[in-house]
Design a protein around this ligand. Structure first.
Ligand SMILES: *Cc1c(COP(=O)(O)O)cnc(C)c1O
Length: 480
């Protein structure tokens, strides 16, 4: 492709992109495809000869687009949002064009220094203490793995990296029963063994019980085991439960345990000062992670990882073969030593664009709107005779279910599953379930970039109408 063609197609694509952003609600949020539908449209072997870009783009529209789930749609209320915004998309275009591999300072000084400053910005935006230093990671899963590995190395005097495990390390990790599966994965990969991950009880709000944490730690110490790390959550994935960070932090300090705070989704809400009660005590933690790529309007991937002791992180991950050594190594941050991969994308640019274009004020006001939608739906459900709230709603994720009288637990589960499946089949809304107290629960996460109150009202109406229609057919004795 020559530059003239590139210019032509780039303009064409930008027009398409703008139309897509305007019209995303015209697409079914969830595509109507069965497993194998897409792959059978893609040739089994690669083309030997060059193909026209027109044909490639045509196939994108004909074969790929109909198989996409539209995360950009404000009617996407499943999982957590994977937000982006127009300034973020523009930054990603520039990042792709520069194509820089930002493994260390010398391979793109601007990328390294912008990253350093963006992490300072984010730290201030979230009201985190100055004692935290930040680095961008690809995902929260990776950041949490980094925390567990750093805790492991610091506790072992950086010896496990050298000699492997001995028989003396009996490390134990703690999290609540509601914590994200990335903690299980991190414990597995760090070689600690899933048997050494303790799932602490939660209270009626699905938040970790510090008294139980304390008790389990004492029992482990009595057994000769070494408590290594506690992972607490500001906003669990299932119901955005808020662990008592302050109390957990004190327990960790008492026993010299690494305290990692997983705020992957809800961290963004700390931009709003009235939500900072959630992070009380976080300055006592060792590490903190949140994902601008979830709720903060920044394209995947972009995870902000903050640590108290960057030297511990660097000592855990540094590997400096001769070919990576540079004359400025003592004066700069080489972020290759701050995580697992050597290669790094230029991810700070999109943060810079987003924060400048929206302004902190703009981000804050949109987050406030999203939280208000959550609170509105919460009160709708509370006052509805046949729907029941299943968890507190501190933010904008609402867990609930349809509970008309005269149905047993198994029937209620079937009824709610039917509601979800029927609604999702319409293409007008996409949401998912979770399990709370062992019960099948409907869950709406309302944080999409383009979400308005109208979308939330429509979603709630659609769910109610579907529920009532299914109930009617049940009453008439038909099967669903
Ligand atoms: C989404 C989520 C994660 C995982 O995030 P990735 O960036 O996809 O790895 C971890 N913890 C919580 C609480 C989450 O909501």
């Amino acid at each position: 492709m020559d530059t003239q063609e590139f210019r032509k197609y780039a303009h064409e694509l930008v027009d398409w992109m703008a139309d897509y952003l305007d019209n995303v609600e015209d697409y079914p949020v969830l595509p109507d495809v069965a497993p194998g539908d897409i792959i059978k449209q893609i040739p089994e072997t690669p083309p030997e000869k060059s193909q026209e870009f027109d044909a490639i783009f045509k196939d994108f529209k004909a074969k790929i687009l109909p198989g996409m789930t539209h995360w950009e749609s404000p009617n996407f209320m499943a999982y957590f949002p994977g937000n982006k915004s127009k300034p973020s998309i523009l930054a990603e275009m520039l990042t792709a064009t520069l194509g820089a591999q930002c493994m260390q300072w010398l391979t793109s000084p601007a990328a390294a220094e912008l990253e350093e400053q963006m992490m300072n910005w984010l730290r201030q935006m979230l009201g985190l203490s100055k004692s935290f230093t930040g680095v961008i990671q690809d995902t929260a899963s990776t950041a949490t793995l980094c925390a567990i590995l750093t805790a492991r190395e610091r506790k072992s005097g950086y010896q496990i990296n050298e000699r492997g495990f001995s028989n003396e390390e009996n490390f134990v990790v703690y999290s609540s029963q509601e914590i994200h599966s990335s903690i299980d994965k991190g414990v597995k990969i760090a070689g600690l063994g899933l048997n050494n991950l303790r799932k602490i009880d939660v209270d009626e709000n699905f938040a970790m019980k510090p008294a139980h944490l304390r008790q389990v730690i004492h029992e482990d110490i009595k057994q000769g085991l070494t408590p290594l790390c506690v992972v607490s959550a500001i906003g669990t994935t299932s119901s955005t439960a808020i662990d008592p960070i302050d109390e957990i932090a004190d327990i960790c300090l008492e026993h010299a345990i690494w305290h990692h705070v997983d705020a992957a989704y809800a961290g963004t809400a700390l931009i709003v000062p009235e939500m900072r009660w959630m992070s009380k005590g976080v300055e006592k933690a060792d590490s903190f992670v949140f994902n601008p790529h979830k709720w903060m309007f920044t394209n995947f991937d972009c995870t902000a990882y903050f640590v108290k002791d960057p030297m511990a992180l660097i000592n855990t991950f540094t590997i400096t073969p001769d070919y990576l050594k540079t004359s400025v190594d003592d004066e700069v941050k080489n972020f290759r030593d701050w995580g697992i991969p050597l290669g790094r994308r230029f991810r700070a640019l999109k943060l810079w664009f987003v924060i400048r274009e929206m302004g902190v004020e703009g981000i804050r006001s949109r987050i406030r709107d999203h939280i208000s939608y959550g609170q509105w739906l919460k009160s709708e459900i509370e006052t509805h005779p046949e729907f029941r709230l299943m968890a507190p709603v501190p933010l904008n994720t609402v867990c609930f279910r349809f509970e008309p009288t005269g149905f047993n637990e198994r029937e209620l589960e079937q009824l709610n599953k039917s509601i979800m499946e029927q609604v999702n089949r319409t293409g007008r809304l996409f949401f998912m379930q979770t399990t709370l107290n062992g019960k099948f629960t409907l869950r709406l996460a309302m944080g999409n970039t383009n979400l308005t109150k109208v979308h939330v009202k429509n979603a709630w109406s659609l769910i109610q109408e579907t529920a009532m229609a299914i109930l009617e057919t049940k009453k008439e004795g038909k099967t669903v």
